[in-house]
Write a protein that binds this ligand. Structure first.
Ligand SMILES: Nc1ncnc2c1ncn2[C@@H]1O[C@H](COP(=O)(O)OP(=O)(O)OP(=O)(O)O)[C@@H](O)[C@H]1O
Ligand SMILES: [Mg+2]
Length: 328
């Protein structure tokens, strides 16, 4: 059964030079108990989708249904079963971490004692013990993300929306956050998350919808999308730029596309179908030709590669800073 369904969502915003089509016929179906990632660049429409499903914005046209409830007709009923955390985070800067979580519990009518119990459980779960009695305004970015996510979990939602849960986190905090999210969904919560990172979608999601210009331009499992994008890239960095010509020839023989090189010619790369096998044979040949390397490796496709392949254009920021402020 699909616990989230949208059909033909349209949302436009007035802007200086006319109207911005934030969503332009957006369709989505998410199976109960699964993790869905909306993957797309700045301005693709990710936050707009989350806001509509979380009843924080209304579309101009189309339908949005969460757990069988029409989000446009009965937003209150939807709010009772969802948790949401994101770019528009509503924490009170002057309250402490603990007080913020307690306040969310009270907003959900948990009662003082239960609200405090739940706040304490979440402080534990998110390892915020040291921060719990400090005002949120002094929190680091990573602590903010955690308190924000904790806030979304106060009522153990059936459906959880996380808008860019790890943007701005350092690699260690990002991995810790992935771990927390993994554990959360293990108990059957349906999760819709947005991200700009293919790797994040890959780590967390059962199914990915790639969005651009307010609509889904491709979808499938991470493996299926990557197969569509085309395997890996092999990249090497030379000690001597003079070797570039020979290396170009070797890469061309093993690659499945055009060999690209950096402007000063020392770094070269090519798309390959089987990354590890191609890297091994390229290294073998470079070694027997006596070519010295600074660096060599295989790289997974990035979001830029996905976009280049799917749309023929680069994933460029679609919103300037003013608009972003407003969208937050
Ligand atoms: N309140 C608003 N007023 C005007 N334009 C808006 C508003 N909210 C969003 N937009 C515009 O709608 C488009 C989609 O925005 P949205 O915030 O959904 O993108 P996003 O995919 O979440 O981007 P990001 O990765 O930057 O968060 C953008 O062009 C944005 O500028
Ligand atoms: Mg956004």
């Amino acid at each position: 059964m699909n616990i989230i369904e949208t059909s033909a969502l349209v949302k436009t915003y007035k802007a200086k030079g006319g109207r911005i089509h934030a969503l332009d016929g957006f369709d989505l179906a998410v199976a109960e108990g699964s993790v869905e990632a909306l993957l797309g660049p700045n301005g693709a429409g990710k936050t707009t989708v989350v806001k509509i499903l979380a009843t924080l914005a209304r579309p101009d046209a189309g339908t949005a249904v969460v757990d069988g409830i029409d989000a446009l007709r009965d937003p209150k009923a939807v709010r009772r079963i969802i948790g949401v955390s994101g770019q528009y985070a509503a924490v009170d800067e002057n309250l402490t971490g603990f007080e913020n979580l307690e306040m969310v519990g009270r907003l959900y009518h948990l009662g003082v004692r239960r609200a405090r119990e739940r706040a304490a459980e979440l402080i534990d779960l998110f390892e915020l013990t040291e921060a719990q009695n400090r005002p949120v305004k002094g929190f680091s970015g990573g602590m903010r993300r955690r308190i924000d996510l904790a806030g979304a979990l106060v009522i153990r939602p059936r459906v959880l929306f996380l808008d860019e849960p790890t943007t701005g986190l350092d690699p260690r905090s990002r991995m810790a956050m992935w771990e927390v999210i993994h554990n959360l969904v293990a108990d059957g919560t349906t999760l819709l998350l947005t991200t700009q990172y293919l790797e994040e979608a890959d780590q967390l999601a059962d199914h990915i919808s790639v969005i651009d210009g307010g609509r889904v331009i491709a979808d499938g499992t991470a493996d299926a999308l990557k197969a569509q994008i085309g395997g890996h890239r092999v990249e090497v960095t030379l000690v001597h730029a003079a070797d570039a010509g020979r290396v170009q020839g070797i890469l061309a023989r093993h690659g499945a596309g055009q060999v690209t090189s950096s402007s000063e010619g020392r770094s070269l790369g090519v798309r390959v179908d089987n990354g590890p096998a191609a890297l091994q044979s390229v290294l073998g040949e470079l070694n027997s030709s006596g070519i010295a390397l600074h660096d060599a490796g295989i790289r997974r496709p990035t979001l830029d590669d996905v976009f280049l392949k799917l749309t023929g254009h680069k994933a460029e920021a679609g919103a300037d800073d003013d608009e972003l402020q407003e969208a937050r």
